[in-house]
Design a protein around this ligand. Structure first.
Ligand code: B12
Ligand code: SF4
Length: 473
């Protein structure tokens, strides 16, 4: 059987004028996971439109498309194209789970929720000649999942080829998050077994890892055992966690010892009433400053995530947030405009209040205002959002942030990391066009170690680092 798997891109990602580095960061892990369920004699290819031009003149038997909200229209276009050529089209992913009826008009089968139970069930039905129209995930476990087909990933096209997930979902419930809607009808947080996670890490070549888990620290026992197991592996890694988990004694220390060098932290807002409104209780009354201090003391850089446009936000929110982030010495910040994804609690609330402006999914990209904010005009929210990025990444702000650090190596790391992402975008564009994204990985690794200063956990591992940790896949 000929199988083609596609991750479609949103328009910005394939613009000939400007392709931000973020679209060349991570390979399509979800599709490579699903490919693991195919038979050895199936011919399978994965195409990621963010990094390569799609070949649309082929004739696969089965086409699998992963649909995010911002790439939904493109996904439907591709689905229609392949259906017209006689292929069987399977659509799944976050947006299909939110709006299965919309997706079903472009697909032979639609898949709701994570794929580990429904995808193999479909493959059996398909091979026997009686596939269903709709598959809905109910059994949630990662025990016994097949190996991810990393051999199908074109590693050289990505800055971070070693992305990995060792859990699904998150133990918390925030109104604006995709998570509850996606995991409806079953468990919404579960992990691999520690040994399986360590084996997957061991299979990855090189030093650098990026955990894409929503909340790697979400199950403290699992996380503790994982970090213990990673100690001495000589890895450098990045991940996401909550303020609450950073403040918990013990776990962060283990993480840093096993190679954690930068953490994405969802601060989201500095307003208590905003946190309450979004039911983000795990952030309530937490000392954000103490969390950042703890991370910095352990040599871990902070990528702070902030959302603008919640009901307590007025015109002052942008300057206040940026000023605060710079003073805290946060190395990188990711700003978002609040976006109500369909079927989330936030979306239902906005719909009930008649505040949704339109349903052009292309613009549900956290950079456009798609609802009526409470204390801001939509234009003011968009302008403020862009200004926040500009102000945070000004050279003067980068210097000011860097100067909160005590050592020269940490100051240098702050400047190199912050400037690397935002100040050299034309250079990134050239590297991406030359299809050399992965060649920049050693630079990233050097910066993450603070130019060699934060290497305590890999001392004594120097010998093994001369060789790749495992064979190149
Ligand atoms: C890595 C990542 C990216 C990467 C690349 C995406 C990639 N290569 O897959 C980059 C940086 C490019 C990116 C960009 C953006 N992202 Co993003 N990203 C993620 C992240 C952190 C991890 C994705 C991942 O690899 N998951 C692990 C794999 C194993 O799971 P999976 O991909 O979901 O696949 C499983 C299922 O979905 C399902 N499945 C998927 N497809 C199919 C198809 C079939 C047929 C079947 C059966 C099953 C199935 O089976 C898989 C195995 O269980 C997620 C958060 C998350 N936890 O998912 C956000 C997330 C997907 N991103 C999001 C957003 C909003 C964006 C941006 C718009 C952000 C922005 N402001 O720029 C852009 C635009 C994306 C686009 N191109 O359209 C939202 C999506 C919201 C939505 N409802 O669609 C998420 C959920 C973040 C969030 N919490 O809000 N992103
Ligand atoms: S903590 Fe983060 S991942 Fe978890 S539900 Fe809230 S927003 Fe989603």
């Amino acid at each position: 059987m000929k199988v083609k798997m596609i991750l479609p891109a949103l328009t910005e990602a394939i613009s000939p004028y400007f392709r931000p580095i973020k679209y060349s960061l991570f390979p399509p892990l979800g599709l490579a996971t699903l490919a693991g369920y195919l038979n050895e004699d199936d011919q399978v290819t994965i195409q990621d439109e963010h990094v390569e031009k799609l070949d649309l003149n082929d004739d696969p038997d089965l086409v699998v498309i992963q649909v995010y909200i911002t790439s939904a229209y493109r996904a439907y276009e591709l689905a229609d194209h392949y259906r017209a050529r006689g292929a069987y089209v399977a659509l799944g992913g976050l947006h299909v789970t939110s709006l299965p009826d919309e997706a079903a008009t472009h697909a032979n089968s639609v898949f709701l929720g994570p794929g580990e139970d429904i995808w193999p069930a479909f493959l059996t039905d398909y091979r026997q000649g009686h596939p269903e129209k709709v598959y809905k995930s109910q059994v949630r476990t990662l025990v016994g999942v097949p190996r991810i087909r990393r051999d199908l990933i074109k590693r050289h096209l990505y800055l971070v080829p070693n992305s990995i997930v060792v859990s699904r979902g998150c133990p918390h419930v925030c109104d604006f998050c995709y998570k509850e809607a996606f995991f409806q009808g079953g468990k919404s947080f579960y992990t691999l077994q520690v040994d399986d996670a360590l084996a997957e890490i061991n299979r990855l070549p090189g030093r650098h890892l990026y955990f894409l888990d929503d909340h790697l620290f979400g199950n403290p026992r699992f996380a503790g055992e994982l970090f213990d197991g990673m100690k001495g592996m000589g890895r450098l890694w990045q991940a996401a966690g909550t303020v609450q988990s950073v403040l918990r004694p013990g776990l962060l220390e283990k993480a840093a010892e096993s190679g954690l060098r930068s953490l994405f932290v969802g601060f989201e807002t500095l307003s208590t009433s905003n946190l309450q409104e979004q039911h983000k209780y795990q952030n309530l009354n937490r000392d954000y400053h103490a969390a950042i201090q703890r991370l910095h003391d352990l040599g871990v850089m902070v990528n702070g995530s902030f959302v603008f446009g919640m009901d307590d936000d007025d015109e002052t929110v942008f300057d206040r947030t940026v000023e605060w982030a710079i003073k805290q010495g946060i190395e990188t910040a990711t700003f978002h405009i609040l976006t109500p994804y369909p079927t989330t609690a936030l979306y239902e609330r906005m719909a009930q209040q008649g505040r949704l402006l339109h349903s052009n999914w292309d613009l549900y990209d956290t950079r456009h205002v798609v609802y009526r904010p409470a204390k801001l005009a939509p234009e003011a929210l968009e302008t403020g959002y862009w200004r926040a990025y500009r102000d945070f990444y000004r050279w003067s702000s980068i210097f000011q942030g860097a100067w909160t650090k005590e050592s020269w190596s940490d100051r240098l790391r702050h400047m190199a990391y912050a400037a690397g992402w935002k100040k050299f975008e034309p250079a990134w564009d050239m590297i991406i066009k030359a299809k050399r994204a992965s060649s920049m990985l050693p630079v990233l690794e050097t910066i993450l170690t603070s130019f060699g200063r934060h290497t305590s956990q890999i001392k004594g591992e120097a010998m093994s680092l001369k060789e790749p940790i495992t064979q190149e896949i």
